[in-house]
Design a binder for this molecule. Sequence first.
Ligand code: ADP
Ligand code: MG
Length: 513
Amino acid sequence: MGKVGFGLALSCAVASCTIAAILVSRRVKSRRKWSRVVGVLKELEEGCSTSIGRLKQVVDAMAVEMHAGLASEGGSKLKMLLTFVDNLPDGNEKGTYYALHLGGTNFRVLRVQLGGENSLILGHEVDRQPIPQHLMTSTSEGLFDFIVSKLEQFVEREGNGSMSMLDKRRELGFTFSFPVKQTSVSSGILIKWTKGFSIEDMIGKDVSECLQQAIRKRGLDMRVAALVNDTVGTLALGHYHDADTVAAVIIGTGTNACYVERTDSIIKCQGLLTKSGGMVVNMEWGNFWSTHLPRTSYDIDLDSDSPNPNDQGFEKMISGMYLGDIVRRVMLRMSKESDIFGDATSRLSVPFILKTPLMAAMHEDDSPDLKDVSRILKETLEISDVPLKVRKLIVRICDVVTRRAARLAAAGIVGILKKIGRDGSGGIMSGRTKSGETSSRKRRTVVAIEGGLYTSYSLFREYLNEAVAEILGEEMAPYVVLKVSEDGSGIGAALLAASHSYPSIGPVNVAIK
Ligand code: ADP
Ligand code: MG
């Protein structure tokens, strides 16, 4: 071999060694990065752990906080608001009733025709209307004049006027999903606006009176017979169809719960008397907090970045508004620790860009190559060409976040059952033990559930149902039924207008058994 040939061979050998070294070093680096990503996932799994032991601690904490909230005003993060609803519809209501639901950017008007027996709903019409943006921050007069003008148009379409000949006056149930301090079943003071509404002149005013004034101005003969929170509407519809319904839970964009409490347990309101001896209590459970809740750094950051830090802690862990964003935060951390999503990760920094329904679609993608995950990553986050193993990792993140949410909501539900002695444990039942309690502990108990997260996200629903059964145990689980109460927040208000209308329908006792 000549000198030139030797030199060439040497440089070739050096070059291949260098390439090999680069490849090895890349592989080592990429393995190191992948193990960092796996580490982030492991940490998330540990942080979100909801062992049965932990869930039982949450159950106990919920029951204890409920007690505290009933004992004194401000005694707990749970407000435990009185609703003055002391009789729930039982299926014998008769006639045509209206409901108005204001709770966000849309409002709904409903007309419900009740058959008078066997929980028969003869007809049910709904009209949805968007609230023009400028009215959300205008005056109470502006807002209610607009709502009532739409209500009037809806009333005019009623059975060609024939029903209106029969009815002396129309009764209306008003579902108002903003914080209200209730003063009677049909009146309450607005505490504050949320969800983008800001009409200063209405704070401190009676919400029903604002609506009633606008109705009067328009010359409509209509009475606001019930002012209710959406959970109370859900409970009312649940009870209308099934008398064993004692609580209602909403898990949609936000979350809340209400249940039937004995008036003698509402210590902060001494001397409260109702015919039935019971009253529906609006827990405002989205604000529940306990150190037993499994909280991660993502939850802490989400809370401090939110417009309401230290508020609605439970809601931020379990409701539809937030789950997608928790997943986004985990993905963002992973992309910072490694380059698993390549360069195009800037969209991952946009708060709330990953909505919960999209997150659910990735979670429920059952195609072998996770096609939906690829599509959503590309369309929503502008991340393309994500390898299968990374897509699988994303599905796993969705699973961890959703499973935690569903199981905590389940613990909350069992917490309510424990408070009213329906969880089979004999729980916190101060002052309510009757003879034959052993058998009453095993009575059938129904919880009405509403909200898009529960009704449209099957894995969430399965995890929740499974966890309720797991916490209650084999013996008790068959006695507790979770029942979807479709559109309860609207129809339920009309039902409450019926059960709180004029004496043609006698008061129906809330079952406190
Ligand atoms: P709201 O709570 O605003 O009254 P819904 O009860 O219909 O309305 O709940 C809507 C919420 O439910 C959405 O904001 C979303 O978080 C969640 N949601 C709706 N559909 C799905 C879905 N397919 N998968 C997961 N979450 C969903
Ligand atoms: Mg709703």
